[in-house]
Ligand binder design. Structure first.
Ligand code: NAD
Ligand code: UGA
Length: 455
C-alpha cells in the first residue's frame, strides 16, 4: 500500500487529504503539522476549520486510512508522495515586504524532507508559490544527496472556502505540472492516478511546472479582477442611478463574459486573492515588467478603494458622525459558510468605525473566535454577540459584511423596533430584500444602486 503525506493541516491540506482518503482506499494518507492543537482538533468532533460537509467526510476515514500527526520526520520516511501545503503569506519584513511571498515555512519543509528521506519521493507543491519555486526546491532537495531522487511536481489547489468539499469532489480541473523528462512524466502519471480515482481523465491537465505555478496565480488574479471591475462600476452606478445588479445581469448573459463572480460587494477578502496578486506584481517587477505589474496592482488598489468608499459613505449618511453610536457589524467571515476571517473587509471597516469612536458590536455564526483575535488590540471598543437580534438592540445602523443565508430570513420588523431611529442598513453584500426593509422603515444603502431612504 502506498503512503501519501501532506505537510500542513490547514484549509487546504485537511480537506484535500480527507477527500483523497475517501476516494482512494488503496492509499494510506497521513497529514502532519507543527501545530499540535490543530492536529488534535482534526481528530476531534470540532474540526479546526468550519466547512460544510467536512466533519462527515473526515469521520469516514479517520484512523482507518486517514491519520493526523505531529511527527513530520516519520511521515516523510514512510511517504511515497509528499504534498507540501504549508502557508505562504505575504512577506512582512525585509526585501519585498508587503508583496513577495514569505517562503520561510516552505523552505523549512524542503529541508526537512531532504533530512528525513531514505527512499525516492514525489514532492508535490500544493501551496500557491511564485513561478520557478520548484527550481529552488529541487536545488535544496538534491544538494549533497545523490542517493535519493526527488521529483518535484506543481499541483495547485483551486478550491474555494465554504464550498471546499463540493469543489474537491467535482473540480473543474486538476492541474499537474511536471518536467518533460522520463522521471517527470512518470511522477505526473503517478499523481494523475490518484486523482483519476474520482476525477474524469479529461479534467486532469498536465503542463510544465512553470505553467502550472503561473496558472494558479493567474486564475486568482482573473477572479479578483472580475470583482474589482464590477465594484469599480458600482461606484459609477451610485452616481448615475444605473443599478449594478441589472448591469451585471446584462453583461453576464454574454456567454463570452459569463455570469459568475460579478456580484458587487464591499470588497473581496480571503487569504489568497490579495496575497497572490501582490506576489504576481512582485514577480513582474522582478522581471522588469513594470506596466504588467501596475496593471494587476490596480485590482488590489480598487478593492481597498471599495472598502474605504463603503465606510466613508456610512459615516457621511449618518450625519457625518458615528461617535458614540452603536453599529452592528453583521458577519465577520470573509464570505458565507466559513469561519475564516483572513483579509475580511469586516476587519478594516470595524477598525475604521472604532477609530471614529463608534461602539461596534460584531455578530457572526462561525467567525467570532477569529474576530476576537483580529481585533484584540481594540479591547473594549468592540463587543461581540453571536445573536444578531441582541447585536442589533439599541443600534443606529447595521453593516452587512458577510452574505450568511440566515441574515436573509431574520425578523427585520423585530430588529427595526429594537433599534434607534432613524435606523440604517448598509448592505455590503447586496444580499437582503431592500424594498421590504424600506417598507419596514429602514433607510437602506446597498452597493451600486440608489439608496431607499425616508430621510
Ligand atoms: P493554513 O495557514 O490554513 O495552513 C498551513 C499549515 O501549515 C498551518 O497549520 C501551519 O502550522 C502548517 N505548517 C507551516 N510550516 C510547517 C512545517 N514546517 N511543518 C509542518 N506544518 C507546517 O494555510 P491554507 O489556507 O491551508 O493555505 C496553504 C496554501 O494553499 C497557501 O499557499 C495558500 O495560498 C494555498 N491555497 C489556499 C486556499 C484556501 O482556500 N485557503 C485555496 C487554494 C490554495
Ligand atoms: C478563491 C478562489 O475562488 C479559489 O479558486 C482559490 O483556490 C482560492 O481563492 C485560493 O487560492 O485561496 P476563496 O477566497 O476561498 O477562493 O473564496 P471566493 O469564493 O473566491 O471569494 C473570495 C472573496 O470574493 C470573498 O470575500 C467573496 O465574498 C468575494 N466575492 C466573490 C465578491 O465580492 N463578489 C463575487 O462575485 C464573488
Amino acid at each position: 500500500m502506498k503512503t501519501i503525506l501532506c505537510i500542513g493541516a490547514g484549509y487546504v491540506g485537511g480537506p484535500t487529504m480527507a477527500m483523497i482518503a475517501r476516494k482512494c482506499p488503496d492509499y494510506r494518507v497521513i497529514v502532519v503539522d507543527i501545530d499540535a492543537a490543530r492536529i488534535k482538533a482534526w481528530q476531534s468532533d470540532r474540526l479546526p476549520i468550519y466547512e460544510p460537509g467536512l466533519q462527515d467526510l473526515v469521520q469516514l476515514s479517520l484512523n482507518k486510512s486517514l491519520f493526523f500527526s505531529t511527527d513530520v520526520a516519520q511521515g516523510i520516511r514512510e511517504a511515497d508522495i509528499i504534498f507540501v501545503s504549508v502557508n505562504t503569506p505575504t512577506k512582512t519584513f525585509g526585501q519585498g515586504a508587503g508583496r513577495a511571498a514569505d517562503l520561510q515555512y516552505w523552505e523549512k519543509t524542503a529541508r526537512e524532507i531532504k533530512a528525513n528521506s531514505t527512499s525516492d519521493k514525489i514532492v508535490v507543491e500544493k501551496s500557491t508559490l511564485p513561478v520557478r519555486t520548484a527550481e529552488a526546491m529541487e536545488r535544496i532537495l538534491h544538494s549533497g544527496n545523490k542517493t535519493v531522487h526527488f521529483e518535484v511536481l506543481s499541483n495547485p489547489e483551486f478550491l474555494a472556502e465554504g464550498t471546499a468539499v463540493k469543489d474537491l469532489e467535482n473540480p473543474d480541473r486538476v492541474l499537474i505540472g511536471g518536467h518533460a523528462t522520463e522521471s517527470g512524466r512518470r511522477a505526473q502519471s503517478a499523481l494523475a492516478e490518484v486523482y483519476a480515482h474520482w476525477v474524469p481523465r479529461d479534467r486532469i491537465l498536465t503542463t510544465s511546472v512553470w505553467s502550472s505555478e503561473l496558472s494558479k496565480l493567474a486564475a486568482n488574479a482573473f477572479l479578483a479582477q472580475r470583482i474589482s471591475s464590477i465594484n469599480s462600476l458600482s461606484a459609477l452606478c451610485e452616481r448615475t442611478e444605473a443599478d449594478i445588479t441589472e448591469v451585471a445581469r446584462a453583461i453576464g448573459m454574454d456567454a463570452r463574459i459569463g455570469s459568475r463572480f460579478l456580484n458587487a460587494s464591499v470588497g473581496f477578502g480571503g487569504s489568497c486573492f490579495k496575497k497572490d496578486i501582490l506576489n504576481l506584481v512582485y514577480l513582474c517587477h522582478h522581471y522588469g515588467l513594470k506596466e504588467v505589474a501596475d496593471y494587476w496592482e490596480q485590482v488590489v488598489i480598487m478593492n481597498e478603494y471599495q472598502e474605504d468608499r463603503f465606510v466613508r459613505q456610512m459615516i457621511a449618511t449618518m450625519f457625518n458622525t458615528v461617535a458614540g453610536k452603536r453599529i452592528a457589524v453583521f458577519g465577520f467571515a470573509f464570505k458565507a459558510d466559513t469561519g475564516d476571517t483572513r483579509e475580511s473587509p469586516a476587519i478594516r471597516i470595524s477598525r475604521f468605525l472604532a477609530d471614529e469612536r463608534a461602539s461596534v458590536v460584531v455578530t457572526d455564526p462561525e467567525a467570532l473566535g477569529n474576530a476576537r483575535k483580529d481585533l484584540a488590540d481594540l479591547g473594549e471598543k468592540i463587543s461581540y454577540d453571536p445573536d444578531p437580534y441582541k447585536a442589533a438592540e439599541g443600534a443606529h445602523a447595521l453593516a452587512v459584511m458577510t452574505d450568511w443565508a440566515e441574515y436573509k430570513t431574520l425578523d427585520y420588523q423585530r430588529i427595526n423596533e429594537s433599534m434607534v431611529k432613524p435606523a440604517f442598513i448598509f448592505d455590503g453584500r447586496n444580499c437582503l430584500n431592500h424594498q421590504a426593509l424600506y417598507e419596514i422603515g429602514f433607510n437602506v444603502y446597498p452597493i451600486g444602486k440608489a439608496p431607499l431612504s425616508h430621510l
